[in-house]
Design a protein around this ligand. Structure first.
Ligand SMILES: [Zn+2]
Length: 331
C-alpha cells in the first residue's frame, strides 16, 4: 500500500465545519439547474491578490453569498444543502462531522428533524457517517439580552438533539470580555450541551480565557498556543482539544511568525488535536485534504488515526452514537 492509499484508508472526522448556507444552496441549485456553481477558486485568487493576509483577509469569510438565503424557506432544499455537506464529508472518508450553524437556523421549527432527515439520506449511501449540529452564539457580551434569548432557544433545542455551542465574539485578536459568555456557558453545560469557542486563530489572545470557560472542552483553532509553552501546558492540563484547520490558516495567513504550521509541535507537546475543514466550499478543501496536509507536516498514519480518535473522544454526541462511531473506526 502506498502513502496515499494508506491515507485514504484512515477514517476521518471533522469537528469544525460551518454550514456555509448560501454556498451549499448554490451547489445544490447549480446541479439541479444544470449550471456551473459559483467559481470559488477565482474568488480565492482575487481575494489573495486584493487583501493582505491576516485579520483583514479572514474578515472576508462569508462575504460572498452566491444565492439568496431565502431558498432556505424550502424545507426540501434546506435538507438537501445539509445532506450535500454531509455527503462531501462522507465521500472524503469522514465517519463523523459536526456542523455549526449561525443565525437563527437551529431555532427554526423542527430544525433537528430536518437535520436528522439529511443525515438519514446520506447514511443510505454512507452507513458509517454520523452528524451533529452546533449553534454559534455570536457577540454575547455586546448584546446580552439578545444572547440570553438565543440561549433560551438553544437550551430548548438541546432537548430535541442540538449537540453543542460555539462562541464567537469580538475583539478576536485581543482579549475579549468573557463575563457574559461564562454565565451562558454554565447554562449550556447544565443543559448537556458541548461547548467550544473560536480562539487563538490570529494571536494567543483569548486562549487562556476560553480554556477556563465553564464546560468548555474544545477550542476552534487555538494554534497560536504553539508559540507559548505555558498555554500548551494549560490546554494539556485542562484536557482541551484543538480543532485545527490547516488550509484555512494557510489561506488566511494567520501564522506569519512561523514558516510552517505548528500542528506537529502541538502534537509533540501532548495537546489533543483534531483536523477540520472550517469553510470547505470557500476554501476549496475536503477533510481528506486536511489529513493529507497534516501528513505533509510530518504526522504519521498512526498519528492521523489518533487524530480521529481524539475527535471521537471530544465529539459532542451521545455515548450510544460514540460507541457506534468507534465500532465503525475499528471495522
Ligand atoms: Zn470557524
Amino acid at each position: 500500500m502506498n502513502a496515499s492509499e494508506a491515507l485514504a484508508r484512515v477514517p476521518k472526522a471533522d469537528l469544525h465545519v460551518h454550514q456555509e448556507a448560501t454556498r451549499y444552496l448554490d451547489l445544490v441549485l447549480a446541479e439541479r439547474e444544470g449550471r456551473e456553481p459559483y467559481d470559488w477558486a477565482a474568488w480565492r485568487r482575487e481575494l489573495a491578490a486584493a487583501v493582505p493576509p491576516g485579520k483583514e483577509r479572514l474578515q472576508r469569510i462569508g462575504s460572498m453569498q452566491p444565492v439568496p438565503l431565502d431558498h432556505d424557506a424550502d424545507e426540501e432544499l434546506f435538507v438537501a444543502r445539509f445532506a450535500a455537506l454531509m455527503r462531501d464529508h462522507a465521500a472524503a472518508g469522514a465517519h463523523y462531522v459536526e456542523i455549526r450553524c449561525g443565525g437563527e437556523i437551529v431555532t427554526r421549527d423542527g430544525f433537528m428533524t430536518l437535520f436528522r432527515r439529511a443525515e438519514a439520506q446520506v447514511r443510505t449511501e454512507f452507513p458509517l457517517l454520523h452528524a451533529e449540529a452546533l449553534a454559534i452564539v455570536i457577540q454575547a457580551g455586546q448584546d446580552p439580552a439578545r444572547a440570553d434569548g438565543f440561549a433560551d432557544d438553544c437550551v430548548r433545542a438541546a432537548a430535541e438533539g442540538l449537540a453543542g455551542i460555539d462562541f464567537l465574539y469580538a475583539p478576536y485578536d485581543t482579549e475579549a470580555d468573557w463575563t457574559h459568555m461564562y454565565r451562558l456557558a454554565e447554562r449550556f453545560a447544565d443543559a448537556g450541551l458541548g461547548i467550544t469557542a473560536h480562539a487563538g486563530e490570529l494571536s494567543t489572545a483569548n486562549i487562556a480565557a476560553a480554556a477556563r470557560m465553564p464546560g468548555l472542552t474544545r477550542i476552534g483553532h487555538g494554534v497560536h498556543a504553539a508559540t507559548d509553552p505555558d498555554l500548551m501546558r494549560l490546554l494539556v492540563d485542562r484536557g482541551v482539544t484543538l480543532e485545527c484547520a490547516l488550509t484555512c490558516n494557510d489561506f488566511f495567513g494567520v501564522l506569519p511568525e512561523l514558516d510552517e504550521h505548528p500542528l506537529l509541535r502541538l502534537v509533540e507537546a501532548g495537546v489533543a488535536v483534531t483536523l477540520a475543514t472550517d469553510n470547505p466550499v470557500q476554501l476549496g478543501t475536503t477533510i481528506e485534504r486536511e489529513y493529507a496536509f497534516a501528513a505533509s507536516l510530518g504526522l504519521s498514519i498512526d498519528q492521523l488515526t489518533g487524530v480521529t480518535r481524539n475527535a471521537v473522544r471530544a465529539a459532542f454526541t451521545s455515548p450510544e452514537r460514540k460507541a457506534a462511531i468507534l465500532a465503525g473506526l475499528d471495522a
